[in-house]
Write a protein that binds this ligand. Structure first.
Ligand code: URA
Length: 210
């Protein structure tokens, strides 16, 4: 039987697929909608799709997704028990020196234009815990001046009184691995602490994540 959330999310998704609220819809790539358990009590909110996600039309399936999967597996969190979405739904790109499209940070105007979709997802899924992956997500959900390096791993309140925590983005770790192995190891351990904090808070709220 199709439940009310499925119907509501399908309606919202259909509207989102036709979104023209910012210029990113001109990119000609897929809208990457959230996915997972519509009854999830924990929702992950990333920055926005990368190249692989834009091709597949699914969140966190490329290199960042592999890193995220490792964090979840290491901290005993089952990905299928989450709702996973992004702050923006289209791939935000700039051209590199060889004329190739590469990821870029979303503009504030793009995040604002996309905000209605994440708000809609929050209303339908109604999670108790939000995990912001990376600064644009934390700035959209917690505070526009949020600094991951200063405030990751701390609990805040979300727009609907959810418990919210922010952590580093996998792409930051991927860049750090190539640049500074000691800093990478330290950041990796911090991310695992953050996901363990999520698992612990979920336990306190009787949310099954395993
Ligand atoms: N990075 C994100 O923030 N989200 C994705 O879905 C993939 C990469």
């Amino acid at each position: 039987m199709t439940d009310e959330r499925t119907i509501a999310m399908e309606r919202l998704r259909e509207q989102g697929l036709g979104c023209t609220r910012c210029d990113l819809h001109l990119s000609g790539t897929h809208v990457v909608w959230g996915e997972g358990d519509l009854h999830a009590q924990v929702m992950l909110i990333g920055q926005g799709p990368g190249e692989q996600e834009a091709k597949a039309g699914r969140p966190f399936v490329g290199p960042s997704g592999e890193v995220l999967n490792e964090w979840l597996a290491t901290t005993g969190i089952d990905r299928s028990k989450l709702w996973i979405s992004n702050t923006i739904k289209h791939w935000a790109t700039s051209l590199n020196e060889r004329g190739r499209r590469v990821n870029r940070t979303p503009k504030t105007s793009e995040v604002q234009a996309c905000r209605i979709w994440i708000e809609g997802e929050l209303t339908i899924v109604a999670p108790k815990i939000l995990v912001c992956i990376g600064a644009p997500s934390a700035q959209a959900i917690i505070d526009k001046k949020f600094k991951i390096t200063e405030s990751r791993g701390q609990w805040f309140k979300g727009p609907n009184d959810e418990d919210v925590i922010a952590t580093f983005h996998p792409s930051y770790l991927i860049r750090l691995r190539a640049a500074d192995v000691a800093a990478y190891d330290a950041a990796w351990a911090q991310v695992l602490d953050d996901f363990r904090a999520v698992a612990e808070r979920a336990g306190e709220l009787n949310i099954d994540l395993n």
